[in-house]
Design a binder for this molecule. Sequence first.
Ligand code: NAP
Length: 285
Amino acid sequence: MIAVTGATGQLGRLVIDALADRVPSASIVAAVRRPAAAADLAARGFVVREADYDRPATLEAAFAGVRTLLLISSSDIGKRVAQHRAVIAAARAAGVTRIVYTSILGAADSPLMLAAEHRASEADLAASGLEFVLLRNGWYLENYQSAVGMAVQHGAVLGAAQSGQVSAAARRDYADAAASVLLRDDVPTGQVYELSGDSAFTMADLAAEIAGASGRQVSYVDMTPADYAGRLKELGLPDGLADVLADSDAGLAQGGLYGDSGDLAALIGRPTTAMPEFVVSALKG
Ligand SMILES: NC(=O)c1ccc[n+]([C@@H]2O[C@H](COP(=O)([O-])OP(=O)(O)OC[C@H]3O[C@@H](n4cnc5c(N)ncnc54)[C@H](OP(=O)(O)O)[C@@H]3O)[C@@H](O)[C@H]2O)c1
């Protein structure tokens, strides 16, 4: 059996769908924090099991009979190293053979604050004695969904990315890549995939694309990371998230979210979703 943690999340649901296109749903464990949120998955024949990273007692039972586990990194920034460590320990105790882990693009030397927890979890996996594969995911295009809405309303894309380029791809692209790796039996242990979109764009490119597709005037307003974080807080984002987003933009400016390995397109067997295509769908809401 294959298990997917965070299966009620946005990436998790797309992975489950991609797997279900290729193998019976009864062979897929949706390992979820809140089984009540997975009633639809149970109705579709997936094996729904409770797996809360903060409650290690739930984890070993969730992984019983599982050969390959997709550990979707937690969204609980700051707690992730301990949470992932609990998952790795439970997987080993349950007899899981292989863990596939969603990390961050260029984790080994990424300037993004977010990368530190991923580096620690990658090291824990390497030390675990289990087979492991690293999916170092780049930025989701969907991260710019609210920027598209704001741009149309206010005529500006805000950020601190300077003229840095981001090689973003759609969440679905990363999900399809994860499903492909989970189902292949020729991926050697320790394999690292640097996953990113086929083409890169700057925030000014994004603003121009939104302008062209919406018919409004939109420009990119570059701020210092501190000013950008402050603006995001004024807009109502929690302090921690605003700081992480501003730091990520600063990392983007340094090339931390640029990739050209071609690994993502190769794994999914098609070009990745391009930014203009995303903008058109984001404008539709
Ligand atoms: N590459 C990128 O651009 C990017 C952007 C954002 C995040 N990420 C990372 O990629 C991951 C997947 O992205 P996403 O878009 O699917 O995020 P998401 O929709 O926020 O999903 C996060 C998943 O983590 C689960 N989770 C959180 N705390 C948990 C816990 N204590 N025990 C078990 N599960 C827990 C959530 O469970 P519930 O469904 O119960 O809430 C949810 O299913 C994120 O968690 C984050 O690490 C990457």
